[in-house]
Ligand binder design. Structure first.
Ligand code: 6PG
Length: 481
């Protein structure tokens, strides 16, 4: 019987393209889809004449894959992954490997890895970024899970991944358990942040500088030649002057309600779990939610009309670009900070320079800027905050007055800039030596005997004051968030 190098389950767009990519690197791929006609259509269509083995039942599928079997799932995240694993496992042997290539919740990946390892099966949860085109021509791949699986799958995954100029594949082992899917989740959160920041720049350029679509195209095109050069800026330039078949700018015909599938929200939830202030991505997710309140927005826009054009604050294309860049620095700083805290929590030993490198090609957030992050972590592997790196520090300092001015302009003129402004608040909060949190501690102790630390005493020594003379000595030390 003819056998394959790898099996692939799920022939939706990403699955099809990934199968074609794997095959194009000289591998034979067994295919299975819960609807058999999808397999037939594919092998008679885009897959015709190529090294695919179409199969129509799970036992047949598993039997055609050479051992140790490698099976990649390109199916909807959530329950379908557990269901497919349950169907596959009875036919697998110890040492076989299941790879989940969807956008799964990292907690699920962590659980699945331990469950499957206890049955002798290796499990890998891998982030795959780059959309349809990336899947076909070379995505960015973030595998994590059973470390014993890595030597078996490394060759195939690195072959199909995007490559840097020097040939380095954008695919390296991320860590055990749910590490790969966690990193992909943060990638997506950063993607939300980048997209919202670009949208805010668009709002300012359009509403405050009154640029038309062709001028907007020119600005983004120009930005894509400099330090903002990235895939998202590049496609934004294309979108600005794209015309539909009625010769209208398509962008202006699209309803301003942003969708989301959940990875941005998961990033926020993970940040809350790690006590990490992921403010920019959080605002980006909320901005999508706010965009969805269409009817309320329509009412509010009538009730609170912007009655006049506000005074010119002197912002220009350059200062908007600077604000975009500075806020982006904060976003990546926060994303890497979240990964650092999670890595300590789960003991993943994440390598941040490598993660930035994997993101340099193939994925949605690919940019020249990620090269600077790799450099920062290569020079200082223990860097606790990206803003402490001299390149980032100097960039923030040189953009700061433009950034403040742009945010002020948005505030004064009523253009919502949730991400540019929250990034600035994070920055100001971070660089404030004496914050007003002493007052919060005083209030907590006043109303609930929650204790406070003193500036003249060592950390972790706690005090209570009977603020009213009626409080007694009982304190509430026993519960903490
Ligand atoms: C990628 C993307 C992809 C994501 C879409 C849509 O890396 O290729 O992140 O995984 O699903 O971008 O995400 P939303 O629907 O949540 O915007």
């Amino acid at each position: 019987m003819k056998t394959s190098d790898i099996g692939l389950v799920g022939l939706a767009v990403m699955g099809e393209n990934l199968a074609l990519n794997i095959e194009s690197h000289g591998y034979t791929v067994s295919l299975y889809n819960r609807h058999g006609e999808v397999v037939t259509r594919f092998v008679e269509g885009r897959g015709k004449g190529k090294n695919f083995i179409p199969t129509y039942s799970i036992p047949e599928f598993v039997a055609t894959i050479s051992r140790p079997r490698k099976i990649i799932l390109m199916i909807k995240a959530g329950a379908p992954v557990d269901e497919m694993i349950d169907k596959l496992v009875p036919y697998l042997s110890p040492g076989d490997i299941i790879i989940d290539g969807g956008n799964s919740d990292f907690h699920d990946t962590e659980r699945r890895m331990y469950e499957l390892e206890s049955r002798g099966i290796w499990f890998v949860g891998t982030g795959i970024s780059g959309g349809e085109e990336g899947a076909l021509h070379g995505p960015s791949i973030m595998p994590g899970g059973s470390v014993k699986a890595w030597p078996e799958i490394k060759g195939i995954l690195q072959d199909i991944a995007a490559k840097l100029e020097d040939g380095t594949p954008c695919c390296q082992w991320i860590g055990k358990g749910g590490a790969g899917h966690f990193v992909k989740m943060v990638h997506n959160g950063i993607e939300y942040g980048d997209m919202q920041l670009i949208a805010e720049a668009y709002a300012l350029l359009k509403e405050r500088l009154h640029l038309d679509n062709e001028q907007l195209h020119a600005v983004f095109d120009e930005w894509n030649k400099g330090e903002l050069k990235s895939y998202l800026i590049e496609i934004t330039a294309d979108i600005m002057n794209f015309k539909d078949n009625r010769n209208n700018y398509l962008l202006d015909e699209i309803l301003d309600v942003a969708g989301q599938k959940g990875t941005g929200k998961w990033s926020i939830m993970a940040a809350l779990d790690e006590n990490d202030p992921l403010t920019l991505i959080t605002e980006a997710v909320y901005a999508r939610m706010l965009s969805g309140l269409l009817e309320e927005r329509e009412k509010a826009s009538c009730m609170f009309l912007n009655e006049k054009e506000f005074a010119d604050t002197g912002i220009d294309i350059e200062s908007i670009g600077n604000a975009l860049y500075a806020a982006k620095l904060v976003s990546y700083t926060q994303g890497f900070s979240l990964m650092r805290r999670a890595s300590e929590h789960y003991q993943w030993h994440l390598d941040y320079g490598t993660i930035a490198q994997i993101w340099r090609k193939g994925c949605i957030i690919r940019s020249v800027f990620l090269g600077k992050i790799t450099e920062a972590y290569t020079n200082e592997p223990g860097l606790e905050n990206l803003l402490f790196n001299s390149f980032f520090r100097n960039k923030i300092l040189s953009s700061l007055s433009a950034w403040r001015n742009v945010v002020a302009d948005g505030v004064l003129s009523g253009v919502a800039l949730p991400c540019m402004s929250s990034a600035l608040s994070y920055f100001d909060g971070l660089r404030t030596l004496k914050s007003p949190a002493n007052l919060i501690q005083a209030q907590r102790d006043y109303f609930g005997a929650h204790l406070y630390e003193r500036i003249d005493k060592p950390r972790n020594e706690f005090f209570h004051t009977d603020w009213t003379g009626e409080g007694g000595n009982t304190t509430s030390r026993n519960y903490n968030a």
